[in-house]
Structure formats: structure tokens, C-alpha cells
Design a binder for this molecule. Structure first.
Ligand SMILES: Cc1cc2nc3c(=O)[nH]c(=O)nc-3n(C[C@H](O)[C@H](O)[C@H](O)COP(=O)(O)O)c2cc1C
Length: 448
């Protein structure tokens, strides 16, 4: 458990997983280029200490660039991540409210707000401008006042205005629409530079109406310390580096994009809600954090993996109690493709798993089910299962017109996709025909 981002960075540095970058960098492209490279070479995280035009600021990038960095953030061995995540996600520790905290060291209220003073990064070559990409947004349901945590990109529109790409199929987008029904804006706080469990907790796929501060508390093993915002009725982590407070403008939408998105392609301009910024508070010598999105794997992928894998694992367990493993594949953006390995004990269990997962509405469009003797993380073994245990005319399932991500460029219409299921499990009868050939004594061969 880490008290704040700074203590986590010290820990990472001790582990050789943080590099301080002394070379001067520009906020336009340079920082993103560093994050791209570190994502491709398996880390470390980068702390840019010399950002042109922003003296006194440091910019952190690639904090979750690799799966190893996500595991370090939770203090869990990488090979035990799903198992441990499943337990921690269920733990739920409520937050505590405190009356003071470092995030209040500097306050810009009302007319003092000026987003151009923050080192907000432009990432990809065709992005339409600088985006805040890894702030944890806190919103409250307008009726129940239950909080939600999530991450949504925000395009800088001016000194005190941001877009907020929170579509209706996400909980924050739903809250914005609920507030608009009452002709009101939604108060939203964005906490930038928080300790890792909070960021990871914001990606939990828990049902609407569960306060993800409780989930983050469970993940970190202690209550998150919260403090009230200055201008809105929202609570934020007291140890955040920066908090942007704001209210959405009812009914107002702005073109947001193009932007290099998680499928690895540019999303066209979308109509996004607009946030009027009412205050910015921060620590002294603040660390601004940015995250890269784009071709997998980036932190927009690694951070999503376990929330998705957990919800898939739980769903499969309802059908087949013996689940060996779930692999949300990197090429499938950790969102759209999954390989599930099950111990099948009755015919057609694989088909039930396929239909259940495609129906979940979390964006899955390809489900491959294999037997428990196949490692779903090994592409060669999965391919072998398809070569020897799968017949396309009877074992493939195509489900037309299911809901999917708004950002998949292959979709014929917004949020409409076809789902593909591949049941590559062997039939129950005549199992011997599908048994792997094994040679006795391979483990005793010492000369190789
Ligand atoms: C770095 C990063 C950036 C993200 N950007 C967006 C975004 O701009 N819009 C969006 O809808 N989801 C984005 N997401 C995904 C959501 O934060 C995620 O699906 C979250 O679980 C949604 O919360 P909800 O379940 O409360 O709707 C991003 C995730 C990460 C890790």
C-alpha cells in the first residue's frame, strides 16, 4: 500500500522501474514518443523533469506501460494477478474523509483557472489537440448521489473548458444524461496523479451504483483518504497531485477528435459533453501524469485487462465451475477478444460460454473456448486446438448485431458488431481421438 503517487514513485525507482528524463522535452509529441518507446521495450515508467515552457513541473508517463508495472502497482506477483485481483476487487473498504491534504497546497479558483499553465500533452500525429488522458473522474448519480470512478479523455477547449468523452454506455456518461434530464450540469472532479490502486480501481467492471472508492480501498488494503472539493460537492483523494473541478454544461456538445484511440486507429470527431472548469487545486511542485493510447499495448490496455478478465472469469464460472484461465488477448486490445480454458464435463458447455460472454455487453466480439489441457496464453496451443478440435460449420457461432465499443472502426454502424464464437473444445465422446501425443521421460533427458 502506498500513501500517494510520490511514495510509489520512490518505490518504483528502487525497483529500477522508473527513469528520470533530464533531456528537455516538448509537451507536443516528445513525451508521447518516450512513452511509446518504453511501452514497446517493456518499461520503465518515465518522469520527465525538464519540460519546455513549464518550469517547476514534472510530467509522468507510462506509469502502467507494461503488465509488470500494473502488477507492481498492486504489489502482486504478475503470475498471480487474476487470482489476487478477484479477491481484492471483492474486499471493499470504505473511504475516510479528512479535513486537510496536500492537494490543497495551491488553489486556482474561478477566474484564476488557466488550463494553458498545465503541461497537457499532445500524443499522436493526427490528434486534434492536447488531451488530459489519465485523470480519475469522480461523479455522483444525480438521484442516489452514489459515486463513480472512471477515466475519460478531456480535450483542452480553452482556458477553463474541456471536452469530456464519456459516452452513454459508460457510467459517467449515463450520469451526465441523467443530470441533463433535470436541466442540470453534472459536477465532475478529475484527480490526476494518484496512487496506483485508485487508477486500477477506476477500471473495475462493477455494476452501476457501486462506489469505486470502496473497490480502490479493497485493492490497496486500506481506506482511501478523501477531501471535499472547493467549488463542487464531490470528494477527491487528499493526496492527489492535481484536481480539476468542473460542471458539465447541460445540452452542450463539442467535436472531440480525431484522436489516436485504443483500437490503434484514429477515432473520428465525436460529439462530447463540455466541462466548465470551476477550480484547479494541486500540490507544490506538482507532477502532471499523462497516459498513452493507440496501438496495443499501452496503458489504456494494461489497465483494462484485469477488470475485464475478472468479469469474464466470474461469468464463465457460473456455467462451468472449473475454469483454468482467461486470456484477454493483447492484440484484441484486452477488450474484444478472449480465450477461455475450461474443464468441460458435459457436451456443449463451450457453446454456452460463448453465448454468455458475447451477451455480456462489455465489448467482446470474439470468444475462443479451449479445453483445460490448452494454455490460453500460448497462441501455438490455441492454434493447435483449432486445428484438431474445431470444425467451422458446426463449432463456430456467429451472433449478428450485438452491442460493442463505439470506437471499433470495423463496425458497420455505431455500437453494432457481429460476435464470433469458436468452440475448440473436443467432443465428450471418443476423447482418445483428441488426446495429445506424449513421450514418456522427456523430463528425465539431461543432455539438452
Ligand atoms: C488510460 C485510459 C483512458 C481511458 N479513456 C477513456 C475515454 O476517453 N472514454 C471512455 O469512455 N473510456 C475511457 N477509458 C475506459 C474507462 O475508463 C473504463 O471503461 C471504465 O471502467 C469506465 O467506467 P464505468 O465502468 O464506471 O463506466 C479509459 C481507460 C484508461 C485506462
Amino acid at each position: 500500500m502506498f500513501d500517494d503517487l510520490r511514495s510509489y514513485l520512490s518505490y518504483l525507482e528502487g525497483q529500477g522501474q522508473l527513469r528520470r528524463v533530464k533531456e528537455e522535452v516538448e509537451v507536443k509529441f516528445d513525451i508521447a514518443a518516450g512513452i511509446r518507446k518504453t511501452s514497446d521495450v517493456e518499461g520503465p515508467a518515465l518522469l520527465f523533469e525538464n519540460v519546455k515552457g513549464f518550469p517547476g513541473w514534472r510530467v509522468l508517463g507510462g506509469l502502467f506501460a507494461t503488465r509488470k508495472l500494473v502488477a507492481l502497482g498492486l504489489g502482486v506477483p504478475q503470475d498471480q494477478m487474476l487470482e489476487r485481483y478477484l479477491t481484492l476487487e471483492d474486499k471493499r473498504i470504505p473511504p475516510e474523509t479528512v479535513s486537510s491534504g496536500p492537494v490543497k497546497e495551491i488553489k486556482w479558483i474561478g477566474a484564476e483557472v488557466d488550463l494553458s499553465k498545465l503541461p497537457i500533452v499532445t500524443h499522436a500525429s493526427k490528434d486534434c489537440g492536447p488531451y488530459v488522458t489519465i485523470g480519475v473522474q469522480v461523479g455522483k448519480d444525480p438521484e442516489t448521489h452514489i459515486r463513480n470512478l472512471s477515466i475519460h479523455r478531456m480535450l483542452v477547449l480553452g482556458k477553463d473548458k474541456l471536452s469530456l468523452w464519456a459516452p452513454a454506455d459508460h457510467h459517467l456518461g449515463r450520469m451526465i444524461l441523467k443530470a441533463e434530464e433535470k436541466n442540470r450540469g453534472l459536477e465532475v472532479a478529475t484527480a490526476i496523479g494518484v496512487e496506483p490502486a485508485l487508477v486500477i480501481g477506476s477500471q473495475a467492471k462493477v455494476p452501476y451504483g457501486i462506489d469505486e472508492y470502496h473497490v480502490a480501498g479493497g485493492l490497496r488494503g486500506a481506506a482511501v483518504k478523501l477531501i471535499r472539493c472547493e467549488t463542487i460537492d464531490v470528494e477527491v483523494p487528499a493526496f492527489a497531485e492535481i484536481v480539476i473541478e468542473g460542471v458539465t454544461i447541460p445540452g452542450e456538445r463539442v467535436a472531440d477528435g480525431p484522436y489516436g484511440e485504443y483500437p490503434g486507429c484514429y477515432s473520428e470527431a465525436k460529439q462530447a459533453p463540455v466541462l466548465k472548469v470551476t477550480a484547479i487545486t494541486m500540490r507544490k511542485n506538482p507532477i502532471y501524469q499523462t497516459a498513452l493510447t493507440g496501438m496495443p499495448v499501452t496503458e489504456n490496455h494494461t489497465l483494462i485487462e484485469y477488470g475485464n478478465a475478472a468479469v469474464v472469469y466470474r461469468e464463465v464460472k457460473k456455467i462451468v465451475p472449473e475454469v483454468r484461465a482467461v486470456n484477454m488477448t493483447p492484440g484484441g486490445t484486452f477488450r474484444h477478444h478472449v480465450v477461455v480454458s475450461i474443464k468441460k464435463r458435459a457436451e456443449n458447455e463451450g457453446r454456452n460460454v460463448i453465448l454468455a460472454l458475447l451477451a455480456m455487453g462489455i465489448g467482446l466480439k470474439q470468444v475462443i473456448v479451449v479445453d483445460h489441457d490448452i494454455d490460453p496464453f500460448d497462441p501455438m496451443q490455441v492454434d493447435w486446438a483449432m486445428a484438431t478440435r474445431f470444425q467451422a460449420d458446426k463449432d463456430a457461432i456467429i451472433v449478428p448485431r450485438i452491442a460493442c465499443s463505439t470506437l471499433d472502426p470495423s463496425c458497420p454502424e455505431n455500437r453494432v458488431t457481429a460476435g464470433l464464437g469458436i468452440d475448440a473444445t473436443a467432443p465428450m465422446k471418443e476423447r482418445w481421438r483428441f488426446e495429445k501425443v506424449e513421450i514418456p521421460g522427456v523430463d528425465k533427458v539431461k543432455y539438452l
